[in-house]
Each structure stands twice: as structure tokens, then as C-alpha cells.
Design a protein around this ligand. Structure first.
Ligand SMILES: [Zn+2]
Length: 179
């Protein structure tokens, strides 16, 4: 499975954070191993250890449970083998140094979130609402009135794409939570 490292596939707001983060972390000699991930790749990862060989590496099936990578809001990193002799050094201080820089740029560390997955870094969430609104407006023809007309929005449910539905639900959930 080929890993996608194209920063242009990330959400623009997250890509800016990643670029600033990678620039500041350059003296630590890290690089990106994977950014955006297709549904097919996520499904293949999910199959590993379940229907194919190897150890289980994810609990996200790529469909009902999507990875932040699929949304263009996560990257995985490794250290340059030339300097460390390994891609994933065991020295926790190295990873912590990277995480401190990431945090400054609005990026959370997988290990802080789940006490595992050290190579994983993802958007700290502040941009997520903007991202879904952006997707919704773009894919739903900019009909912003639907956002204040819940019944109207759900009446169109059958004609909406999966992304539009997801956007709508997340926007409405966030609204409900902030009330
Ligand atoms: Zn990851």
C-alpha cells in the first residue's frame, strides 16, 4: 500500500500548520511518512490482523469510523535514519521535543491523545468546524439557509452525498453542544 505524502491533499488550514511545524522541527530531522489517506488504504489497514496477516494497527474501519488522515487532518512522521539509525527512536525526549513544537502550531500528538501511536500528529480541532462548514457550503451549493433550517436540511437528506450528511450532522451537533 503506497503512502500519500502530498501536502496538497491536506486541508489547507491544516497544511499551513504542518508546514510551519515541519520548518521549526527541521533541526530534529523528522519527515512525513503519510498524510492524506484514501478510504481504500484505510480499509486495507483495518483488514490487517483481521482478514489479512500481521498485527492489528487500527480500530478505524474507514467507513463508519474514519481516520483523521481521511479528512486530511493528520500526518505521521518518522526520524531520519541517517541521524538516529532508526525511523522510530526509543528515546521519549526526542518525541516530546517534536510534540512541543507541534502543539505550538495547533497540532496534537497521538501519544498525548491515546498513550500510543507516537508517529501520529493531527489537527487540534479548532479548525474542524470551519472545515465542515466549508465542505458543506462547497458541496451543497452554498445554501447557508439550510443550516438554520434543520427540517429543510433533513428533507434533502436522500439527495445529499455522504460528505454533505457528515458535515450537516457535525455542524448541528456542535450547535446543540454550544447551546
Ligand atoms: Zn496517523
Amino acid at each position: 500500500m503506497r503512502k500519500n505524502r502530498d501536502l496538497n491533499k491536506l486541508q489547507p488550514s491544516f497544511r499551513q500548520k504542518v508546514e510551519a511545524f515541519m520548518k521549526e522541527a527541521a533541526p530534529l530531522h523528522i519527515f512525513i511518512t503519510e498524510g492524506w489517506r484514501s478510504e481504500a488504504t484505510q480499509k486495507a489497514y483495518y483488514a490487517q490482523g483481521r482478514t489479512t496477516g500481521g498485527a492489528i494497527i487500527t480500530w478505524l474501519n474507514g467507513v463508519s469510523k474514519k481516520s483523521q488522515h481521511q479528512l486530511g487532518l493528520a500526518i505521521d512522521i518518522a526520524f531520519d535514519k541517517k541521524y538516529y539509525g532508526t525511523l522510530y527512536p526509543s528515546n521519549p525526549k526526542l518525541w516530546e521535543q517534536v510534540a512541543v513544537i507541534a502543539k505550538k502550531h495547533g497540532i496534537d500528538w497521538g501519544y498525548d491523545l491515546w498513550q500510543k501511536d507516537k508517529p501520529h500528529f493531527q489537527d487540534d480541532g479548532k479548525a474542524v468546524r470551519g472545515f465542515y462548514e466549508d465542505v458543506f457550503f462547497r458541496e451543497y451549493g452554498g445554501k447557508s439557509s439550510l443550516l438554520s433550517d434543520t427540517d429543510g436540511a433533513f428533507a434533502k437528506w436522500d439527495g445529499m452525498t455522504e460528505r454533505e450528511r457528515l458535515s450537516l450532522i457535525l455542524i448541528l451537533m456542535e450547535r446543540a453542544a454550544s447551546k
